[in-house]
Design a protein around this ligand. Structure first.
Ligand SMILES: C[S@@+](CC[C@H](N)C(=O)[O-])C[C@H]1O[C@@H](n2cnc3c(N)ncnc32)[C@H](O)[C@@H]1O
Length: 335
């Protein structure tokens, strides 16, 4: 495997990563990327958000040096095209992501050393509950999490319909499909297809507006439940997008066995996941692997890891279809 060569300043920049992400987080959280669309002077912005003007000035100047803002003169700032990605209403916006990663997730990363020493999931030890249990009791954080997933889905999932042929499927079950963006995208592009959206109760209750926005609500059923108990039966295609990487091998096998119990004998199982150690391995994949370790105790996997998980669960891996430059579809059939 080719190794990168970094010089000393590059290494210092790597070490300073949290300084940069926390600065972005603060400006995103205070809504200042949004305010900069209409107001260039930092003093009125500071007044509006209740910030110390001189402290705010220094953070804005730091973000100029990171390419997110431009300083027009001593008092005025403007968004660069990269900074605009951190505003609220832009397609593919990253504001919710910056806030989500800057709060509970950031504090969990502070306990990576303890995870290495004890094997305990950092999020659980820092926040006293597993991520998905925590989200069930914190509606504000859950809303941020679901919005972030929806925004990422809007950017990455259109490539799924371009890369995978759903013409032989009739009933698609999206297992842990969040608020329904992926199902909306696939059903809109495949008018013959019916869908079932399955997720935890507080998540599926957010879905009607999303499904309606794709014009597919009349072809969709919503089912609330836990995939550790069962998943809706009768589908011929089951899709799990960014789910298996949330779980360790034994928990992943429990989920997949429940899909095996539900799927028709000629059905197909599609796992939308990063695949490590292939040409398609995205640049951030190894860090995403650690993010899963820290947040949920999950992991990213190689083709052989997926093949073994699927075998243990009563499926056979058929093929891996690359989807855009971030992810793949791991296609499997029941044994
Ligand atoms: C990383 S998100 C992925 C959401 C969606 N598939 C996507 O790609 O945008 C993980 C999803 O798993 C759901 N989830 C977590 N635990 C679950 C459980 N026990 N049963 C069903 N869904 C669960 C969460 O509510 C969340 O929507």
């Amino acid at each position: 495997m080719a190794s990168k060569t970094l010089d000393r300043p590059d290494v210092i920049r790597l070490i300073a990563g949290p300084w940069i992400s926390q600065s972005i987080y603060v400006i995103a959280k205070l809504g200042i990327f949004d305010l900069l669309e209409k107001e260039a002077y930092y003093q009125p912005i500071a007044q509006k958000v209740g910030a110390q003007p001189e402290v705010l000035l220094r953070i804005l100047q730091a973000l100029v040096s990171e390419g997110l803002l431009e300083q027009l003169d001593n008092e005025r700032f403007a968004l660069t095209s990269s900074g605009r990605l951190l505003t609220s209403d832009v397609h593919g916006g990253l504001r919710n992501l910056a806030i989500l990663w800057g709060e509970e997730f950031y504090h969990s990363w502070g306990s990576l050393l303890s995870t290495v020493e004890t094997g305990e999931t950092a999020f659980d030890s820092v926040h006293g509950a597993s991520l998905f249990a925590y989200l069930q009791t914190r509606p504000e954080v859950a809303q941020r999490f679901n919005k972030t997933m929806t925004e990422l889905a809007n950017v990455f999932y259109p490539a799924i319909v371009a890369s995978y042929d759903f013409s032989t499927s009739t009933q698609l079950v999206d297992v842990a499909g969040g608020c329904g963006t992926l199902l909306g995208i696939i059903l809109k592009a495949n008018p013959h297809l019916k869908g079932t959206l399955f997720d935890l109760p507080h998540v599926v209750e957010q879905a009607p507006a999303v499904l309606a926005s794709y014009g597919v609500a009349d072809r969709c059923t919503r089912v609330a439940g836990s995939f550790f108990e069962s998943v809706p039966s009768g589908g011929d295609t089951y899709i799990l997008s960014n789910i298996i990487h949330d779980w360790d091998n034994d928990r992943a096998v429990e989920i997949l066995k429940n899909c095996r119990a539900a799927i028709t004998s000629t059905g197909k199982l599609l796992l939308v996941e990063m695949v490590l150690a292939t040409e398609e391995e995205p640049q951030l994949a190894r860090m995403t692997d650690l993010n899963m370790l820290v947040l949920t105790g999950g992991r990213e996997r190689t083709r052989s890891d997926f093949s073994q998980l699927l075998e243990r669960s009563g499926f056979t891996l058929q093929r891996i279809v690359p989807v855009g430059d971030m992810t793949c579809i791991v296609e499997a059939i029941p044994n």
